[in-house]
Design a protein. Sequence first.
Length: 276
Amino acid sequence: MGHGKLRKFKENESFSCLLQPESFEVLAVRDGVFGLNPHPVKGHWVPQMLQKQQPLVVELGCGRGEYTIDLGLRNPDCNYVGVDIKGARLWKGAKYATQHEMHNVAFLRTRIEFIEAFFAPGEVSEIWLTFSDPQLKSENNRLTSPRFLERYRKFLKPGGIVHLKTDSQFLHQYSKAVAQANGLEMLACTDDLYGEGRKQLYDSGIASVCGKDAVDALFEVQTYYERMFLDMGLKITYLSFRIDHDGAFVSPADFDVDFWKGVEGKRRSFGHGGQQ
């Protein structure tokens, strides 16, 4: 491990906006089966990590925290928590939030598989997924799979929203198919955000629900990966839907995995920040 990472890990310990629990704090074994214990912050992000009671938005796989930070700057009347497993990435966002005294922004270092241990029922209003790993080989590891939607439902408010912004046509089409298979209300959907999607989104349900500022952010807030993908000439996609659903979530029966894998092509070796 390089000295740069060691320095960041050490500095991370000084950031009051960064929560770094050990796995043993939330993992439990009952009758030989692994489960989760609730972390003390669950249901208590205010006042433990954030100052004001206001809507809470969570970004999963936040990387360096660019999206979380920018949304926090734009919307002081909302709280934001960025989640990632990579401490060296989180360092950048946590340092910025600390230096600029952003009391509506916090970060959590944990695996996304443990996420329900940290948020209480109805505690979260929206989830953002930005450039998550599409997980071509494993449906259960996709962050919009039925497995993960079940997790999100445990802590999203009724009417809670999931946003997905990605360069991956595979993940975009899969997520759209999941929403359709489960009868979820689609608020917005475009496979070319910076092309025809620009007008579509300002006329969409997401604009009326989240406001014009939220749509502006889709075009004006760009992560490191997004800028790189745009430089490569890749189209950026976006969709959002409400989580409300009765019964278990199901996989889409008619999603053509092989076709969309072919469209996706060979994944780039540098990977994505979203999946742990």
